[in-house]
Design a protein around this ligand. Structure first.
Ligand SMILES: Nc1nc2c(c(=O)[nH]1)N[C@H]1C(S)=C(S)[C@@H](COP(=O)(O)OP(=O)(O)OC[C@H]3O[C@@H](n4cnc5c(=O)[nH]c(N)nc54)[C@H](O)[C@@H]3O)O[C@H]1N2
Ligand SMILES: Nc1nc2c(c(=O)[nH]1)N[C@H]1C(S)=C(S)[C@@H](COP(=O)(O)OP(=O)(O)OC[C@H]3O[C@@H](n4cnc5c(=O)[nH]c(N)nc54)[C@H](O)[C@@H]3O)O[C@H]1N2
Ligand code: SF4
Ligand SMILES: [Mo]
Length: 699
C-alpha cells in the first residue's frame, strides 16, 4: 500500500459500470475518491454511491471476524476453526450424498472475482450447481439474442438517429449497455439527443428526472412481446423490412409471417395499453429511421416470457437493417478468458432437464429441490456477494427452502438476511481491499482494467480467492488450482490476452482486441447453426420449445380474472438509484438520499382508495402483504403500482417486495420468475398501527 498522497487509478466495484476512479491513500487510509477523467466508462463522473464509497469501507457495520453458529447463535471463531469446520462438513456431505449436494450461489457479478468465486472449488468437488440471480438478470436476454444471432448485441449510440430505451433505466442504473462503455455514463443519452437522435422510452414508469426522453410509451408490465409482435407485423405488412438482408441472411421468414398473422396493433393495444396509432407509428419510425438502436434492459428480465421477448426484439433489429451496422445493435469484440482448470461436471446439474439451454441452475429450481427432495436433496450452499434470501420471488418459500440446508456458508461484508441464516459467516475483503479486474467492450475494442487493492481489509476480513484456496487446501483439492493468490488467479484468467497484473499496475487500461468491425457476417456468417439469423430456431425446437417466439399473458387481471376483484392492480418493482439491490441502507450518507421504501401509484387509484402521498399503505398479493410509504404520482399509469425493491435486511426497517412476488409461473427457457409483475391491492394503514416488516428471518 502506498504511504503517499499520490492518487492510485482503480475501478469502482459497487455496480457493474465499474467506473474509473482515482483514490488518495494516506498512511493506509482511503482519504479521497474522484472519478477518473481518463477512464472511458465514466469520463471523470461518479454517481452518488461511488462518490460515497469511503463510507462503505469504513462502516462500523463491516464484518471483521468469522462467525460460526454454535447452540443456535452466531459466535466469533478463528479462521482456522471456520474453514476447518466448513471443509470437514463438505467432505462429509460429499461422502454421504455425492458431490451434487453442493450448490454455489453468487450475486450479480460486478468484478470478475464475483463471477469466479468458488467456481473452481465446486467443479473440483464435483458439482455444477451454480446459482444466483442469473435467471433474473441479463442472461435470459442474452439467451434470446443467442437463439436468433448466436450472441448478444450492444447498442451503438454514436450516429444512431433513433434510440429505443426499452425496459432500461440508465438514469438510475447507470447502465447504457451490458458490458460496453460509451465515453461516459450519465451523459451518453443526453449527448446522443444533442447529436440529433430521437429518444423513445418504453417503460411502465416515466422517470421525469431523466433529461432525455422525447417520448414515453407507457406499457403494461410483462407485455413487451405483444408490442414487438405488432411492430413486426406492421413492418412486414407495409414492406418496411430490408428485403435483401432477409432473403440472404435469415431463416424462417415465411413461418414468422404466419406466426404474426393475428398480432395486429389493435390486439397489442388491448394487451399493452399503448394506443394502436402509437404502435404503428413506433413500428414505422423504427423501421425507417436508420440507423436505429435499441437499449433493452433488465425491465424485460424478471418476467415469465423474457426469452421470447428478447428473441422478438432481436428479430426487429435484424429485419430492419439495424443489425451490426454503425449506430445500430452491434457485436462488440470480447476476449476469451482462460477456462477454469477443472471441466464443469455437468451430470446431475439441477435444472439441466427443465432448462437445457440455460447454463445456470435457476434459483427457483434449487428451491424446488430443497423443498421437495426432487430430483435429489441439496445439502450445502456457498454464498459469495449475494443475498438470495431477499432477491428471489416468493420470499416465504425461499426461506423454507434455505432452512433445509445442512450447511449454509456466506461470504459478505455486512450482516444480511442471508448471512443471518448461515451456519458460517466469512468476513469478506471489500472493493478496495482485494484486487480483481473487469473486461469492458467498446467501439474501440475490448479493454481490461485492474481493480487495485488500496487499503487493508478491516479486522480479519480476507479476499475471497484466499478463502477459496484455504478451503480447497483443507479438502485435498489444492492441486487442481494453478493459482494460490488473487494476483495469480488474475494472471491465469487473463492468459489468452497476454496481459498481466504487473502490466495493469503500470497502465490503467489495456486494449486486448482490435476495434469493432461491422458486418463481419458478410465473410463469416452468424454464430448460429445455420450461419444465418434464425427467425425460426431449430435449437429451440430441438429443446422442446416453440421455434417461433410468441406472446404469453403475464400475471394480472386478464390472466387471473378470478383474482381481479380482490387484486385489481398490477404491481411491478423499482430499483432505487442510490442503492444497489439490497445493499447500503445501512450507510447513512446514502440513506439520507432515499430514506424509505416507496409505493408509487397513480392519482386516480390513490383517490379511489382515499390515499394521499406519505400515507402508510399495505400492499397485498396472493403471496403476502407488506407496508410501504405511498407516493402519489403520474410517473405511473392507472392500474399499475410500483414498489421499491431491495429492502428487508436486518435493521433497515423496510419491507421486502419479494414477499409479494410469485415463483409459480416461470419462463420456459430459463426459469425466470415474475419478480416485476404481480397482482395486488393497496389499502391505507391507519396512522396508529405498527409498520409490518418482512417475516422473521432467523432459522
Ligand atoms: N422483485 C425484484 N427482485 C429482484 C430484482 C428486482 O428488480 N425486483 N432484481 C434482480 C436482479 S437484476 C439482481 S442482479 C438480483 C441481485 O441479487 P444479489 O446480487 O444477490 O443482491 P445484492 O443485494 O447485490 O447482494 C450482494 C451482496 O454482496 C455483498 N457485498 C458487497 N460487496 C462485497 C464484497 O466486496 N465482498 C463480499 N463478500 N460481499 C460483498 C453485499 O453486502 C450484499 O449482501 O436481484 C434480483 N431480484
Ligand atoms: N443504482 C443502481 N444501479 C444498478 C443496480 C441497482 O440495483 N442500483 N443494479 C445493477 C444490475 S444487477 C442491473 S441488472 C442493472 C439493470 O439496469 P437496467 O437494465 O437499466 O434496468 P433497471 O434499472 O432495472 O430498469 C428497468 C426499467 O424497466 C422498467 N420495466 C419494468 N417492467 C417492465 C416491463 O414489463 N416492460 C418494460 N418495457 N419496462 C419495464 C422499469 O420501470 C425500469 O424503468 O442495473 C445495475 N445498476
Ligand atoms: S455508477 Fe456509481 S456505483 Fe456504479 S461503478 Fe460507477 S461510480 Fe460506482
Ligand atoms: Mo441484475
Amino acid at each position: 500500500m502506498e504511504d503517499t498522497k499520490a492518487e492510485i487509478a482503480t475501478i469502482c466495484n459497487i455496480c457493474h459500470s465499474c467506473c474509473g476512479m482515482l483514490v488518495a491513500v494516506k498512511n493506509g487510509v482511503l482519504e479521497r475518491i474522484r472519478g477518473n477523467p481518463e477512464h472511458p466508462q465514466n469520463a471523470g463522473r461518479l454517481c452518488p454511491k461511488g462518490a460515497r464509497a469511503r463510507h462503505m469501507v469504513y462502516s462500523p457495520d463491516r464484518l471483521t471476524q468469522p462467525l460460526r453458529r454454535i447452540n443456535g447463535e452466531l459466535k466469533p471463531v478463528s479462521w482456522d476453526e471456520a474453514l476447518g469446520f466448513v471443509a470437514e462438513k463438505l467432505l462429509e456431505i460429499r461422502a454421504k450424498y455425492g458431490p451434487e449436494a453442493l450448490a454455489s450461489c453468487r450475486g450479480a457479478p460486478v468484478g470478475q472475482e464475483g463471477h469466479d468465486a468458488f467456481h473452481q472449488l465446486c467443479y473440483a468437488y464435483g458439482s455444477a450447481n451454480i446459482t444466483g440471480p442469473a435467471h433474473l438478470c441479463s442472461v435470459p436476454r442474452r439467451l434470446g439474442a443467442q437463439l436468433v444471432y448466436g450472441e448478444k448485441t450492444e447498442p451503438d449510440y454514436d450516429g444512431a438517429k433513433l434510440v429505443l430505451v426499452w425496459g432500461a433505466n440508465p438514469s438510475e442504473s447507470y447502465r447504457l449497455g451490458e458490458s460496453a462503455t460509451y465515453g461516459g455514463f450519465d451523459n451518453v443519452l443526453k449527448r446522443a439527443g444533442e447529436q440529433g437522435a430521437r429518444i423513445v422510452v418504453i417503460d411502465p414508469r416515466h422517470t421525469p428526472e431523466a433529461p432525455f426522453p422525447h417520448q414515453w410509451i407507457k406499457i403494461r408490465p410483462g407485455t413487451d412481446a405483444a408490442l414487438a409482435m405488432a411492430m413486426l407485423q406492421v413492418i412486414v405488412k407495409e414492406g418496411l423490412y430490408d428485403r435483401g438482408f432477409v432473403e440472404t441472411w435469415t431463416t424462417g421468414f415465411a413461418q414468422l409471417c404466419d406466426q404474426l398473422e393475428g398480432s395486429t396493433p389493435r390486439w397489442a393495444s388491448s394487451l399493452t395499453g399503448i394506443p394502436e396509432q402509437t404502435i404503428m407509428e413506433l413500428a414505422r419510425s423504427y423501421a425507417s429511421t436508420r440507423p436505429a438502436t435499441i437499449r433493452e434492459g433488465n425491465g424485460l428480465d424478471q418476467h415469465t416470457n423474457v426469452v421470447d421477448t428478447a428473441r422478438l426484439i432481436s428479430i426487429l433489429a435484424a429485419i430492419t437493417g439495424n443489425l451490426d451496422v454503425p449506430g445500430g445493435n452491434v457485436f462488440y469484440p470480447m476476449p476469451r478468458l482462460e477456462k477454469y482448470p477443472t471441466v464443469r461436471p455437468m451430470a446431475k446439474r439441477l435444472g439441466s432437464d427443465r432448462y437445457p439451454l440455460f447454463s445456470y441452475t435457476p434459483f427457483p429450481v434449487l428451491a424446488d429441490a430443497l423443498v421437495t427432495g426432487q430430483p435429489y436433496q441439496p445439502r450445502a450452499m456457498l454464498v459469495y456477494h449475494a443475498n438470495p434470501a431477499l432477491i428471489n420471488a416468493n420470499h416465504k418459500r425461499v426461506l423454507e427452502a434455505m432452512k433445509k440446508l445442512e450447511l449454509l456458508v456466506v461470504d459478505d461484508i455486512f450482516m444480511t438476511a442471508t448471512a443471518q441464516m448461515a451456519d458460517v459467516v466469512l468476513p469478506g475483503a471489500g472493493d478496495f481491499e482485494q484486487p480483481s479486474f473487469r473486461v469492458y467492450a467498446s467501439r474501440q475494442g475490448a479493454f481490461v482494467s485492474l481493480r487495485r487493492k488500496v487499503v487493508e481489509p478491516p479486522g480479519q476480513a480476507r479476499p475471497v480467492m484466499e478463502i477459496e484456496y484455504g478451503l480447497a487446501s483443507r479438502m485435498g483439492l489444492a492441486e487442481t488450482y494453478p493459482w494460490k493468490t488473487t494476483e495469480e488467479w488474475i494472471d491465469y484468467r487473463l492468459r489468452p490476452t497476454e496481459v498481466t497484473v504487473s502490466d495493469l499496475e503500470r497502465k490503467m487500461l489495456i486494449y486486448v482486441t482490435p476495434a469493432v468491425q461491422y458486418q463481419k457476417y458478410l465473410t463469416k456468417g452468424f454464430n448460429t447453426p445455420s450461419g444465418k439469423v434464425e427467425l425460426f430456431s431449430a435449437t429451440a425446437k430441438d429443446a422442446g420449445r416453440n421455434p417461433l417466439p410468441g406472446y404469453l399473458e403475464p400475471a394480472g387481471p386478464i390472466k387471473n380474472p378470478d383474482l381481479a376483484s380482490q387484486y385489481p392492480l398490477t404491481g411491478t418493482t423499482h430499483r432505487p438509484g442510490n442503492y444497489v439491490h439490497t445493499r447500503f441502507r445501512n450507510i447513512p450518507a446514502l440513506r439520507r438520499l432515499e430514506p424509505e421504501a416507496l409505493l408509487r401509484l397513480h392519482p386516480q387509484d390513490a383517490r379511489a382508495r382515499g390515499i394521499v402521498s406519505g400515507d402508510k399503505v399495505e400492499v397485498s398479493s396472493p403471496e403476502g402483504a407488506i407496508t410501504l410509504k405511498s407516493m402519489v404520482t403520474d410517473e405511473v399509469g392507472p392500474g399499475v403500482v410500483i414498489a421499491d425493491f431491495g429492502w428487508g435486511n436486518p435493521g433497515d426497517g423496510g419491507a421486502n417486495v419479494n414477499v409479494l412476488t410469485s415463483d409459480e409461473v416461470r419462463d420456459s427457457f430459463c426459469g425466470a420468475t415474475a419478480n416485476r409483475c404481480f397482482v395486488c391491492e393497496v389499502s391505507q394503514v391507519p396512522p396508529d398501527s405498527v409498520c409490518r416488516p418482512s417475516p422473521a428471518l432467523s432459522p
